[in-house]
Design a protein around this ligand. Structure first.
Ligand SMILES: Nc1ncnc2c1ncn2[C@@H]1O[C@H](COP(=O)(O)OP(=O)(O)OP(=O)(O)O)[C@@H](O)[C@H]1O
Length: 248
């Protein structure tokens, strides 16, 4: 289990500054949420922390290490990302066996068959699905494969970008329960982007509310039920979510 520390993270795309000196710390084993309106910069924070996008200023540390100075191989073993769209993130012509064996090959891990079988069991899929292709799986099963691919290298930190929003409502709960179970069993640190405060309340210990590239408030998840936010935008966001739940 490792901590994540983000300080003064700023990013511009051309003339547009989309992150303004973002800072937050995630404790080892904690699940930390990022919420806020569309375009507020939530996914950009994850893309910078994972170095998918490297043109930023500030510091991002995982445990004692600076992500900028990690080798790509160490970074891949330390942090993994799960994306919103499990279909887009899996190569259509690669069998699941190939999807799962690639990170093991890159990391030089032996005993791959046993590791892949265990990864399938961990995410609740039959081991013989290793021979299937993504189009032969349901959306929920594909997202389980994407989670297995992220976890197979046993990372310390998992960055989850709206991991359930592309899924059917009935499948969303299954995937969230799976993520909660894996966190319990394996002790990962999670950062989860979500637009759904019910999901954040269920999964996260604390969360940051973002607006226009800034963090306006960091709250405990208990603040959602009674709307304990102080910042006007955070109060508004929580109030809207509580109202939606009331009428839904
Ligand atoms: N590669 C890029 N080039 C130019 N602009 C970008 C790029 N990536 C993101 N942006 C812009 O940065 C801002 C933040 O985008 P980001 O995807 O981080 O927001 P978000 O809060 O995750 O939104 P959503 O909830 O809709 O996914 C947006 O204005 C977006 O248009």
């Amino acid at each position: 289990m490792k901590s994540l520390s983000v300080s003064d993270l700023s990013v511009s795309f051309g003339a547009l500054q989309v992150l303004h000196e973002i800072s937050f710390d995630v404790r080892p084993g904690e699940c930390f949420g990022l919420v806020g309106e569309s375009g507020s910069g939530k996914s950009t924070v994850l893309r910078c922390a994972s170095m998918l996008w490297s043109n930023w200023t500030g510091q991002v540390g995982i445990g004692d290490a600076d992500v900028r100075t990690m080798s790509p191989s160490t970074r891949c073993r330390t942090l993994q990302m799960v994306f919103q769209d499990p279909y887009g993130s899996l190569h259509p012509r690669h069998a699941i066996r190939t999807v799962l064996s690639e990170p093991l090959k890159i990391q030089g891990v032996g005993d791959r068959d046993a590791r892949m079988a265990q990864a399938m069991i961990d995410v609740g899929l039959p081991v013989d699905f290793l021979d299937r292709y993504p189009h032969q799986l349901s959306g929920g099963q594909r997202q389980r494969v994407a989670i297995a691919r992220a976890l197979i290298v046993e990372p310390d930190l998992l960055l989850l970008d709206e991991p359930t929003s592309a899924l059917d409502v009935s499948v969303q709960a299954e995937i969230l329960n799976l993520l909660a179970k894996l966190k319990e069993e394996k002790g990962f640190t999670y950062v989860m982007v979500s637009h759904d405060l019910a999901v954040v309340d269920h999964m996260c210990d604390r969360f940051a509310v973002m607006q226009a590239g800034r963090i306006v408030e960091i709250l405990d998840h208990q603040a959602i039920a009674g709307n304990g936010a102080s910042a006007p935008y955070a109060r508004e966001l929580i109030a809207a979510s509580l109202e939606y739940e009331r009428i839904a």
